[in-house]
Design a binder for this molecule. Sequence first.
Ligand code: SF4
Ligand code: SF4
Length: 90
Amino acid sequence: MKLKNFREIKEGAVLEAGTSIENKTGGWKTFRPEVDFKKCIHCMRCVIYCPDSCIPVKDKKRLGTNLNYCKGCAICEEECPIKCIKMVRK
Ligand code: SF4
Ligand code: SF4
């Protein structure tokens, strides 16, 4: 089968710019991160690496994950240096 170039592909879904607050992407996930706050050292690695910026911070401490936007990618689990994040089935 010959692949189409981008000019031959019909328009499909259209995402409007500047709608990231309205698009609650959290519905996509199968797994969600669970943090053991007894072990967390608040190093902020998960906050920096989260591609959805859905880990809020207050007073230099990470808070719980905003599940409205967390897509369950598990990057935070991978990057946590002390492995206190576990992905669990939603
Ligand atoms: S990466 Fe791990 S230790 Fe660091 S703030 Fe996130 S959960 Fe806490
Ligand atoms: S699973 Fe992915 S999207 Fe969710 S908090 Fe972790 S890094 Fe962010």
